[in-house]
Write a protein that binds this ligand. Structure first.
Ligand SMILES: [Zn+2]
Length: 307
């Protein structure tokens, strides 16, 4: 997060790489998005995605010529080696194996590039939007899967291998469905959008349409997912006693009651004193969170490069 007042910082670029969409945003020195563009994620080799990122950077620069980016950040949907800037693997972008993404994009843009996973970048955006008053929270996204990040004292807490806050792999059912991590019954395969689609026999990505059509099975499944998620969060909150849990992601948008149901379950299952002191709130950043957070992450890189 910017350690110096907004306005003193550099303009930066942020990229949010998803399984289907690639979003680029250009931030001015005050942290405002001055231009953004979203395209479909190119299929195939990582090199095609890197080409697309370079093209997007040029397009945004042409649209806002007064704002000159001094660094770029990327949110990657999978495992990342932050220190080396390497995209290690992804269950949604299967061709990505040990790709030195930061170095390759840096060469194309002639800018320093910071890389982290997409949920960490979204948590950075949420931290910036919420301001100095809220420095400690657990952040999670509930979409096709469940991702998490831990923000402590205003900073993203990476943990070993950058895996702190991975609440999606908190096991809640040893006999539950198999997870991509190789274990069973992780909350991410029990209470995510993808899990609900499998439970209800919906097509991949079909949950939003079923919810919009008022399918009562979706309402029931969302309520069950919220209860399971709140229960898992109760364990995390008993350990960390954080005052705030922020929930974002596509599933949250499907039912206005989802976040309140998560909070109720958390309070039911956590130690009474801790549960009573913890709020669960919907994320304030929307779909642009990943790109915004990546651009904010890049500011630190811009600063250390100029030192
Ligand atoms: Zn797992």
């Amino acid at each position: 997060m910017p350690a110096e007042p907004l306005g003193m910082a550099d303009a930066t670029l942020g990229f949010d790489l998803g399984g289907t969409k690639l979003l680029a945003a250009l931030l001015d020195g005050a942290g405002r998005i001055v231009a953004q563009q979203r395209i479909a994620t190119p299929d195939g080799a990582p090199a095609r995605v890197i080409d697309a990122m370079a093209t997007l950077a040029a397009e945004l620069a042409a649209r806002a010529p007064a704002v000159v980016a001094r660094a770029a950040g990327i949110g990657f949907p999978g495992l990342v080696d932050v220190a080396r800037g390497v995209a290690r693997s992804s269950v949604i972008l299967r061709e990505w194996r040990e790709v030195p993404l930061a170095a390759q994009l840096s060469q194309r843009l002639r800018l320093p590039v910071a890389l982290d996973n997409d949920v960490h970048q979204a948590a950075r955006a949420e931290r910036a939007v919420r301001g100095a008053a809220e420095r400690d929270f657990l952040f999670l996204t509930v979409g096709t899967g469940i991702g998490g990040a831990l923000v402590l004292r205003g900073e993203l807490w990476p943990g070993a291998e950058g895996l702190a806050g991975e609440i999606g792999h908190l096991s809640v059912d040893r006999d539950g469905p198999e997870c991509a991590c190789g274990r069973r019954g992780c909350i991410g395969v029990v209470a995510s959008g993808g899990a609900i689609e499998r439970q209800l026999g919906l097509a991949k990505g079909g949950l939003a349409a079923a919810a919009a059509a008022g399918d009562p099975r979706v309402t029931a499944a969302l309520a069950e997912a919220a209860a399971a998620l709140g229960g898992a969060l109760a364990s995390a909150i008993n350990l960390l006693a954080l005052p705030l849990v922020v929930v974002g992601g596509g599933v949250v948008e499907l039912d206005g009651r989802f976040v309140a149901a998560v909070e109720a379950a958390l309070r039911r299952d956590a130690m009474a004193e801790i549960g009573a002191a913890t709020r669960v709130e919907r994320a304030r950043c929307g779909y642009e969170a990943g790109a915004l957070g990546a651009a904010l992450h890049a500011r630190g890189v811009a600063r250390s490069a100029s030192e």
